[in-house]
Design a protein around this ligand. Structure first.
Ligand SMILES: NC(=O)c1ccc[n+]([C@@H]2O[C@H](COP(=O)([O-])OP(=O)(O)OC[C@H]3O[C@@H](n4cnc5c(N)ncnc54)[C@H](OP(=O)(O)O)[C@@H]3O)[C@@H](O)[C@H]2O)c1
Length: 259
């Protein structure tokens, strides 16, 4: 299927590894010109090479903390008028809710709620003027179902979801869509490090922890960044103009509900 977005411009935040990288590669394959972001230079270079190989275009690289004002300014300088914005960031580390102090609470809210909202505020008017905009937010399945120890992540992302539910309807007449993809368990560095931490703290093998997690997923496997990226590229496409304000769960059937 031709996604109809070749030559469009995209900012993909936090895209040197994992799900963000999956989105960047899928957009590159569709001919989109990319601005990628992360903090580690080596990972960014590697992803930039992969993008060039796929699309023939070298992406703009913005090495910066996307949560900082400076990082956001650098992204917007590299790509002032994106047609597509993929909001992504690291998530707060797992922690018992009693132990999260005020500073950590505020950091989590800035990371997973304030930062995507600020970037949307910065780009949405030019999208409206051009009558084309696609905003995709990477949130989490924890917006729909709680995950123990990830309360701050769930709360901040649920706040973002609520904030954007109204905004999506406000900008819909101008062919600007805002959707979220909610990952369940995907095979990325983040999942690997969570499995490693749990195996250490519980003194069981990594294989045991991994198998316990897999047993909760009807599909019997973790998701891949490639399939996540394809969903993102579809939501960014010309064909998805009638999908807005939606929260698309990709979790291999783990969340049990009839509809
Ligand atoms: N994987 C899953 O199963 C899953 C499930 C639910 C929710 N999520 C959420 O989805 C998001 C992506 O997860 P992932 O699994 O792809 O993680 P990952 O494999 O750890 O990759 C995270 C990416 O974000 C970049 N990054 C992190 N903090 C950043 C910052 N402050 N500024 C700029 N770039 C930053 C990292 O690069 P640098 O470290 O070099 O900056 C890296 O490219 C996270 O918010 C995560 O909580 C993931």
């Amino acid at each position: 299927m031709d996604l109809g977005i070749a030559g469009r411009k995209a900012i993909v935040c936090a895209s040197s590894r994992g799900l963000g990288r999956g989105c960047a590669l899928a957009l590159a394959e569709a001919g989109v010109h990319l601005t990628i972001n992360g903090r580690d230079e080596k990972a960014l270079e590697e992803t930039a090479q992969a993008i060039k190989k796929l699309s023939g275009h070298s992406p703009h690289i913005v090495r910066a903390d996307v949560s900082s004002k400076e990082g956001q300014a650098a992204l917007l300088k590299a790509c002032p008028d994106p047609d597509i914005l993929v909001n992504n960031n690291g998530g707060p580390p797992p922690k018992n809710f009693r132990e999260i102090d005020r500073d950590a609470l505020l950091d989590g809210v800035v990371q997973n709620m304030v930062t995507p909202i600020e970037l949307i505020q910065a780009v949405i008017n030019t999208m409206i003027e051009r009558k084309f905009g696609r905003i995709i937010n990477i949130t989490s399945s924890s917006v729909r179902t709680p995950l123990q120890g990830l309360d701050l992540s769930s709360g901040a992302r649920a706040g973002l979801t609520g904030f954007l539910a109204g905004v999506a309807r406000e900008v819909a007449p101008d062919n600007v869509t805002i959707n979220a993809i909610l990952p369940g368990m995907f095979d990325t560095d983040r999942i690997k490090s969570m499995v490693a931490k749990q195996s250490q703290s519980r003194n069981v093998s990594e294989e045991t922890v991994r198998n316990e997690r897999l047993a909760t997923i009807p599909a019997g496997r973790f998701g891949t960044p490639e399939e996540f990226g394809k969903m993102c590229a579809f939501l960014a496409s010309i064909h998805a103009g009638f999908i807005t304000g939606q929260n698309i769960l990709m979790d291999g059937g783990a969340f049990r509900s009839s509809y």
